[in-house]
Design a protein. Structure first.
Length: 161
């Protein structure tokens, strides 16, 4: 399984999401992130992906690991991945649209879960309440519907390089 990253910027009672315009997850609102390149730490990859997709600069040390989520797609196993999700409250710059993502701020009580990946509604509210989460989600043949889910809240997810 490949490792990937996901970053959510938070300010006051708002969360920054990006509307995915192409490739994996197109048509959905999501955090910013992607694959880890050879020789890159997980936190550095998260910061790089955020910068590439939104022009926002965040120091890897300002990323707070909030979730480790395993995703299984039996109908498309090449999509299986372990996502390391972070939040950040400190960054430089204003989010701008890229070829891949269109950023938009949402009130945390009005997150568009209906147009996000189906798993987000199960773990993201916990993270926004301050929990740390380990989770596993298995998707059905349509690669959209969750067929199995395990979610555990943790006080510590361990160190991330």
């Amino acid at each position: 399984m490949q490792d990937a990253t996901l970053v959510f910027l938070l300010k006051e009672n708002q969360i920054l999401l990006g509307y995915k315009k192409q490739r994996f997850g197109a048509g959905k609102w999501n955090g910013f992130g992607g694959k880890i390149e050879d020789g890159e730490s997980i936190a550095s990859a998260a910061a790089r992906e955020l910068r590439e997709e939104s022009s926002v600069i965040v120091a890897p040390d300002d990323l707070i690991l909030v979730a480790r989520i395993e995703f299984f797609f039996p109908a498309k196993p090449e999509w299986d991945q372990i996502v390391h999700a972070f939040i950040a409250r400190h960054w430089i710059g204003e989010p701008t649209e890229s070829d891949e993502m269109r950023p938009q701020w949402f009130d945390t009580n009005a997150i568009p879960y209906a147009t996000m990946w189906a798993d987000d509604q199960h773990w993201l509210p916990r993270v926004l309440r301050g929990a740390r989460v380990n989770a596993k989600f298995t998707f059905g043949a349509d690669n959209e519907t969750i067929t199995d889910a395990e979610i555990q809240e943790r006080s510590n997810l361990g160190e991330v390089e």
